[in-house]
Ligand binder design. Structure first.
Ligand code: FPP
Length: 254
């Protein structure tokens, strides 16, 4: 479909050389919200203040996303590696998660946002599991935006879980190993049923995926900004979408 749109433009008169916007924006945007700690240190504040400010930035982006045509927004809130951080920082992140689900769910529900969580949710403290479940249940009928919170998430852990579950099906005699293909693997990921991300945004300048959506981001465009996450606004998101529109996605073809 995208290729067709491009060819029509190429054939149309008056279109000059150089990149031009695609008709479609990204359906699924995934964000590595990095730089909270540096944002805080720069201001002489504890790192945890950066995470609090990060929640504010998240609020703004969740509001803007559906207005900009985004249907799925995945945000990396806590990785499987983040448990290694100092206890007070882990505790703050867990409290913020609890507060976010508790206080934000009603507003999100009113705004037609469906909350979903990906990751090893069953390993979170019981209170966090309960609040996530409550927010997911409250909002499950909404379809303006899916807010996919990656919590205790790791791409490798997700693949391990998927392979274990596939192996269990094989062992039970319900699945022929020869019939395991990419679609079968995808259907065992936490993101089963969701489209793959078209665009991955990373804030705070680092050029790596950090174990985020390793399978799903296979063909995603990646946009990195030096802006620290707490400073990220709707204008930065719009900038990323403009850059996405200039990219030519070939999905392995020529
Ligand atoms: C990376 O910044 C960010 C995180 C590890 C957590 C992201 C969390 C939030 C934005 C707020 C929490 C949101 C919810 C819904 C719980 P960093 O601390 O690694 O920054 P640094 O690289 O500058 O140290």
């Amino acid at each position: 479909m995208r290729r067709m749109v491009r060819r029509e433009r190429e054939a149309s008169p008056g279109v000059g050389p150089g990149p031009e916007p695609k008709a479609e924006g990204p359906r699924h945007v995934a964000i590595i919200m990095d730089g909270n700690g540096r944002w805080a240190v720069q201001r002489g504040l504890p790192r945890t203040a950066g995470h609090r400010a990060g929640v504010e930035a998240l609020r703004g982006v969740v509001k803007a996303a559906p207005e900009l045509g985004i249907k799925v927004l995945t945000c990396y809130a806590f990785s499987t590696e983040n448990w290694k951080r100092p206890k007070d920082e882990v505790d703050t992140l867990m409290s913020l998660l609890l507060e976010y689900c508790r206080l934000e769910a009603t507003t999100l529900h009113k705004n037609g946002v469906r909350i979903n969580a990906i990751g090893r949710i069953h390993e979170l403290p019981p209170a966090q599991q309960r609040e996530i479940e409550r927010a997911v249940n409250l909002t499950r009928g909404n379809d303006r935006l899916i807010l996919n919170l990656a919590v205790n998430y790791g791409g490798q852990a997700e693949l391990v879980d998927a392979f274990r579950s596939l192996a269990a099906e094989v062992q039970a005699g319900r699945l022929d190993p020869d019939r395991i293909d990419a679609a079968a693997v995808a259907s065992h990921l936490y993101t089963a049923g969701l489209p793959d991300p078209d665009l991955v945004i990373r804030t705070a300048g680092e050029m790596r995926l950090s174990n985020f959506l390793l399978w799903q981001a296979a063909y995603a465009e990646i946009w990195v900004t030096d802006v620290y996450w707490p400073d990220f606004t709707r204008e930065h998101l719009e900038q990323a979408l403009r850059e996405f529109a200039r990219r030519e996605r070939r999905f392995g073809a020529v």
